[in-house]
Design a protein. Structure first.
Length: 167
């Protein structure tokens, strides 16, 4: 939401899309924690599955963990999509280096490529995941570091930290 407040002056639609994509991705990720938790409960015997039978409880646990895995792949769509409007806003705003905006957009595209490879060709997806995940990681960490460093620098000529502008 802070990025939205900062960047909505650049393009309100892109800033709104950024927030919506991030919120959907975070929501799906949290929901997938439920599948992982339930899969662990089934595997550990914490749930009474007498009606299903012992032979099928292992299959049910694997199903829950698989649902969690594929749910995280779906969440990665939105984790990649939120980087695209963020990169666009960073590029257009003039407050960030243009290269950072480009890296964020390309990082978002890499998320999508990684997810498509994992769904469509799982063998290729596993083979390229380590390489394709590098750029989005660099992009997100670079944005975080830039925000932390630029927020801690005093404004030129004032000798104080940046303050919120009055409207």
């Amino acid at each position: 939401m802070t990025l939205y407040v900062l960047l909505k002056r650049v393009n309100r639609s892109a800033a709104s899309a950024m927030v919506v994509f991030a919120a959907i991705g975070a929501g799906i990720t949290m929901l997938n924690a439920v599948f992982e938790y339930e899969g662990m409960r089934i595997a550990s015997g914490a749930v009474n599955l007498a009606a299903v039978g012992d032979a099928n409880s292992g299959s049910l646990a694997v199903l829950m963990i698989d649902a969690q895995h594929y749910g995280l792949l779906i969440a990665s769509i939105f984790m990649g999509l939120w980087l695209v409007p963020l990169g666009y806003l960073a590029y257009k705003s003039g407050w960030f280096p243009k290269a950072l905006g480009v890296v964020l957009i390309v990082g978002g595209a890499c998320y999508i490529v990684d997810m498509l490879a994992a769904f469509l060709t799982p063998g290729l997806g596993r083979a390229i995941h380590g390489y394709v995940a590098i750029l989005p990681t660099v992009a997100e960490i670079s944005m975080l570091v830039y925000l932390l460093v630029s927020a801690s620098r005093p404004q030129r000529g004032t000798g104080s930290l940046p303050m919120r502008r009055k409207r």
